[in-house]
Ligand binder design. Structure first.
Ligand code: SAH
Length: 240
């Protein structure tokens, strides 16, 4: 009997429990932000993401060039009600596809975009989980994954990122913006059946998925008491 075996935190994840949890949450900014919708979090997050995207465009002109040459179609993964598309991606992309498995959230996307007068940016809304999503080959200039990758088990996350890699147009990039634990350990969260990963865990997973980390940046100015939030810009490794 192997009594000393410690289960990896991601072994506890249940995709069905996660969907049940999120389906019971109001389809609002406050809902998708875990009750922080009325704090400085949304504005700070959006400003930080826009600055990060601009910085990456400046330092990696091939990314910007790629958009000019091949188009700026984006994909917003685990999109919730379309907050990131509405406030960030609509400023950079000509069209955005959104992946969101929870029905009330997916239904809210159109309303949110219409409200901010960016409905013309709406591409396809795919009502499925990331674990079942395969982007069309070379379709996207950028793929943005925020506050959702913790819902996937490590092995599925690696496979998902590998599929995303194939979904990028030449010189396109994957962006990840997620909570990090403040330790070296990942932590299971029973509430939404997710794991919060250490920065080191993300870096290992990116590497295993054949992605090279271009830049990572900690989001500044968030309310006290939250996990550190890190943005990562990733491109396919040259040799994979
Ligand atoms: N990225 C959005 C929403 C964050 S809330 C934002 O920043 O505003 C987390 C989102 O992940 C919810 O919309 C939830 O429904 C979604 N989610 C949960 N499990 C998922 C899965 N397996 N695949 C894709 N999205 C998932």
């Amino acid at each position: 009997m192997n009594v000393n075996k410690i289960e990896a935190p991601d072994a506890n994840i249940s995709y069905a429990d996660a969907i049940d949890y999120w389906t019971g949450i109001p389809a609002t900014v406050d809902g998708v932000l875990g009750g922080f919708g009325h704090t400085t979090l949304p504005k700070t997050d959006v400003k930080g993401s826009i600055a990060f995207l601009r910085r990456i465009s400046r330092f990696y002109p091939e990314f910007e060039e790629s958009g000019k040459r091949l188009g700026t179609r984006g994909c917003d993964v685990g999109a919730g009600i379309g907050r990131v598309t509405r406030d960030v991606l609509s400023k950079f992309c000509s069209k955005i596809d959104l992946v969101e498995p929870v029905v009330p959230f997916a239904n809210q996307i159109r309303i949110e975009l219409e409200h901010k007068k960016v409905l013309d940016k709406l591409g396809d809304v795919r009502q499925i989980g990331m674990q079942d999503f395969t982007p069309e080959p070379e379709k996207y200039w950028l793929i943005w994954c925020q506050w959702c990758l913790g819902q996937l088990k490590d092995a599925h996350l690696i496979e998902f990122l590998r599929r995303c890699k194939l979904g990028l147009q030449k010189d396109g990039l994957i962006f990840v913006k997620e909570n990090n634990t403040s330790t070296l350990m990942d932590e299971f969260d029973n509430t939404d059946s997710s794991v919060t990963r250490a920065d080191q865990s993300f870096r290992r997973i990116f590497n295993e998925a054949g992605l090279e980390l271009l830049e990572a940046e900690v989001q500044q100015g968030l309310p006290q008491g939250l996990y550190p939030v890190r943005s990562y810009a990733l491109r396919p490794k040259r040799d994979s």
